[in-house]
Design a binder for this molecule. Structure first.
Ligand code: HEC
Length: 122
């Protein structure tokens, strides 16, 4: 259909434009809202961290962070332990392998937020 023909049919029926606009706004609102609020951004990061944890850490640190008592209970980490966490995770500690080069900085950050969201001391 040539462009002129489309334009002609549009001018004959302005109603579609209103509907299309409303529909577009709804899609836009749905796409934008999760990242505009800080808490939604946090929960996305925590959720991503949960995935990184179950894939890489749960085997030793326990499902859902529930330690069997044989390894460090990650829920004990306090907010002030961030530097220690980064260092131990990147470089490893005794029986724990280093994760540097295996996990990205972003993934390590996501795991940190997942752990903090479930920590004993918030
Ligand atoms: C192969 C088993 C194993 C895996 C897999 C593992 N860890 Fe560990 N992790 C350990 C052990 C064992 C310790 C206790 C180390 C020690 O203090 O001797 C530990 C300790 C830690 C500590 C505390 C270190 C400190 O400063 O005392 C952190 C934080 C940690 N692990 C995070 C993680 C994260 C995050 C992952 C996943 C990316 C992970 N671990 C995967 C075995 C593991």
């Amino acid at each position: 259909m040539p462009i002129q023909a489309i334009n002609k049919s549009q001018t004959g029926n302005p109603g579609w434009r209103v509907r299309a606009f409303t529909g577009a706004m709804a899609v836009l609102a749905a796409a934008v809202s999760p990242v505009t609020t800080a808490s939604a951004e946090d929960s996305a990061r925590i959720e991503a961290g949960e995935n990184v944890f179950s894939t890489n850490c749960a085997v030793c640190h326990g499902d859902q962070l529930v330690s069997t008592g044989q390894t460090f209970d990650l829920r004990r980490l306090k907010d002030s332990d961030r530097a220690r966490f980064d260092n131990s995770v990147r470089n490893g500690k005794n029986q724990m392998p280093p994760w540097k080069g295996k996990l990205t900085d972003e993934e390590i950050d996501q795991v940190w937020h997942y752990i903090r969201a479930n920590a004993y001391q918030k």
